[in-house]
Write a protein that binds this ligand. Structure first.
Ligand code: RB5
Length: 142
Protein backbone atom coordinates (compact mmCIF):
# COMPACT_ATOMS: atom_id res chain seq x y z
CA UNK A 1 0.00 0.00 0.00
CA UNK A 2 1.30 3.44 -0.94
CA UNK A 3 0.67 6.29 1.49
CA UNK A 4 1.15 10.01 1.01
CA UNK A 5 2.15 12.01 4.08
CA UNK A 6 1.98 15.79 4.46
CA UNK A 7 2.09 18.34 7.22
CA UNK A 8 2.67 21.98 8.04
CA UNK A 9 5.19 23.13 10.66
CA UNK A 10 2.72 22.41 13.48
CA UNK A 11 2.47 18.77 12.44
CA UNK A 12 6.04 18.29 11.25
CA UNK A 13 7.36 16.37 14.28
CA UNK A 14 4.37 14.03 14.30
CA UNK A 15 4.63 13.42 10.54
CA UNK A 16 8.26 12.41 11.02
CA UNK A 17 7.27 9.96 13.79
CA UNK A 18 4.53 8.48 11.62
CA UNK A 19 6.86 8.19 8.63
CA UNK A 20 9.52 6.35 10.64
CA UNK A 21 6.89 4.03 12.13
CA UNK A 22 5.26 3.17 8.80
CA UNK A 23 8.51 2.76 6.89
CA UNK A 24 9.53 0.32 9.60
CA UNK A 25 6.40 -1.66 8.85
CA UNK A 26 7.19 -1.80 5.15
CA UNK A 27 4.70 0.72 3.79
CA UNK A 28 5.66 2.68 0.69
CA UNK A 29 5.65 6.32 1.79
CA UNK A 30 5.69 9.50 -0.26
CA UNK A 31 6.40 12.47 2.00
CA UNK A 32 5.42 15.66 0.16
CA UNK A 33 6.53 17.99 2.97
CA UNK A 34 6.91 20.17 4.76
CA UNK A 35 10.49 19.19 5.47
CA UNK A 36 11.35 21.40 8.46
CA UNK A 37 9.70 23.53 11.14
CA UNK A 38 9.70 26.83 9.25
CA UNK A 39 6.22 28.32 9.15
CA UNK A 40 4.21 27.32 6.06
CA UNK A 41 0.56 27.48 5.01
CA UNK A 42 -1.22 24.15 5.54
CA UNK A 43 -3.81 24.43 2.67
CA UNK A 44 -1.13 23.84 0.03
CA UNK A 45 -0.02 20.59 1.69
CA UNK A 46 -3.51 19.31 2.40
CA UNK A 47 -4.60 19.93 -1.17
CA UNK A 48 -1.49 18.40 -2.76
CA UNK A 49 -1.80 15.20 -0.72
CA UNK A 50 -5.55 14.98 -1.37
CA UNK A 51 -5.03 15.38 -5.10
CA UNK A 52 -2.61 12.44 -5.05
CA UNK A 53 -5.19 10.24 -3.32
CA UNK A 54 -8.02 11.41 -5.58
CA UNK A 55 -5.88 10.68 -8.66
CA UNK A 56 -4.94 7.20 -7.42
CA UNK A 57 -1.26 8.14 -7.05
CA UNK A 58 -1.51 7.06 -3.40
CA UNK A 59 -3.92 4.60 -1.81
CA UNK A 60 -4.48 6.67 1.30
CA UNK A 61 -3.11 9.80 2.92
CA UNK A 62 -2.14 10.93 6.40
CA UNK A 63 -1.99 14.62 7.28
CA UNK A 64 -0.74 16.50 10.33
CA UNK A 65 -1.02 20.13 11.36
CA UNK A 66 -1.25 21.71 14.79
CA UNK A 67 -4.81 20.56 15.39
CA UNK A 68 -5.37 18.34 12.34
CA UNK A 69 -8.30 20.57 11.47
CA UNK A 70 -7.04 23.16 8.99
CA UNK A 71 -5.17 20.71 6.78
CA UNK A 72 -8.20 18.36 6.76
CA UNK A 73 -10.51 21.17 5.68
CA UNK A 74 -8.27 21.83 2.70
CA UNK A 75 -8.09 18.11 1.83
CA UNK A 76 -11.85 17.74 2.00
CA UNK A 77 -12.29 20.38 -0.73
CA UNK A 78 -10.88 17.88 -3.24
CA UNK A 79 -13.57 15.72 -4.87
CA UNK A 80 -13.51 12.14 -3.73
CA UNK A 81 -11.68 12.86 -0.48
CA UNK A 82 -13.06 11.85 2.89
CA UNK A 83 -10.54 13.10 5.42
CA UNK A 84 -11.28 12.42 9.09
CA UNK A 85 -9.72 14.38 11.95
CA UNK A 86 -9.14 11.81 14.67
CA UNK A 87 -7.74 11.93 18.18
CA UNK A 88 -9.02 8.64 19.64
CA UNK A 89 -8.81 4.99 18.59
CA UNK A 90 -12.60 4.40 18.41
CA UNK A 91 -13.06 7.23 15.90
CA UNK A 92 -10.05 5.94 13.95
CA UNK A 93 -11.79 2.58 13.55
CA UNK A 94 -15.20 4.02 12.74
CA UNK A 95 -13.88 6.54 10.22
CA UNK A 96 -12.77 3.55 8.14
CA UNK A 97 -15.54 1.05 8.97
CA UNK A 98 -18.48 3.42 8.44
CA UNK A 99 -17.16 6.47 6.56
CA UNK A 100 -14.56 4.83 4.31
CA UNK A 101 -12.21 7.72 5.11
CA UNK A 102 -9.38 7.75 2.59
CA UNK A 103 -7.38 10.31 4.53
CA UNK A 104 -6.57 10.65 8.22
CA UNK A 105 -5.66 13.91 9.89
CA UNK A 106 -3.95 14.27 13.27
CA UNK A 107 -3.04 17.24 15.43
CA UNK A 108 0.59 17.39 16.42
CA UNK A 109 -0.38 19.73 19.28
CA UNK A 110 -3.31 17.51 20.31
CA UNK A 111 -2.17 13.90 20.44
CA UNK A 112 1.13 12.49 21.65
CA UNK A 113 3.16 10.28 19.35
CA UNK A 114 2.22 7.08 21.20
CA UNK A 115 -1.51 7.58 20.77
CA UNK A 116 -1.07 8.90 17.24
CA UNK A 117 0.76 5.75 16.13
CA UNK A 118 -1.95 3.56 17.63
CA UNK A 119 -4.56 5.60 15.77
CA UNK A 120 -2.62 5.24 12.52
CA UNK A 121 -2.25 1.47 12.94
CA UNK A 122 -5.94 0.95 13.71
CA UNK A 123 -7.00 3.24 10.87
CA UNK A 124 -4.84 1.38 8.35
CA UNK A 125 -5.96 -2.05 9.58
CA UNK A 126 -9.71 -1.36 9.49
CA UNK A 127 -11.71 -2.22 6.36
CA UNK A 128 -14.81 -0.36 5.18
CA UNK A 129 -17.89 -2.38 6.17
CA UNK A 130 -19.93 -1.39 3.10
CA UNK A 131 -23.61 -2.38 3.23
CA UNK A 132 -25.81 0.46 4.48
CA UNK A 133 -22.71 2.61 4.89
CA UNK A 134 -21.99 2.42 1.16
CA UNK A 135 -25.22 4.28 0.40
CA UNK A 136 -24.33 7.05 2.84
CA UNK A 137 -20.82 7.45 1.50
CA UNK A 138 -22.26 7.71 -2.02
CA UNK A 139 -24.60 10.43 -0.75
CA UNK A 140 -21.58 12.40 0.45
CA UNK A 141 -20.10 12.15 -3.04
CA UNK A 142 -23.35 13.37 -4.61
C1 RB5 B 1 -0.38 26.76 12.56
O1 RB5 B 1 0.00 27.62 13.57
C2 RB5 B 1 -1.73 26.14 12.90
O2 RB5 B 1 -2.73 27.08 12.74
C3 RB5 B 1 -1.98 24.93 12.03
O3 RB5 B 1 -0.96 24.00 12.22
C4 RB5 B 1 -3.28 24.17 12.28
O4 RB5 B 1 -3.45 23.89 13.63
C5 RB5 B 1 -4.48 24.72 11.65
O5 RB5 B 1 -5.57 24.14 11.69
Amino acid sequence: MKLVLASDHGGYDLKEEIKKHLEGKGYEIEDIGTYNKDSVDYPKYGRAAAEMVAAGKADKGILCCGTGIGISLAANKVKGIRCAVVSDTFSAKMSRAHNDANMLSLGGRVVGAGLALEIVDIWLATEFEGGRHERRVLQIEE
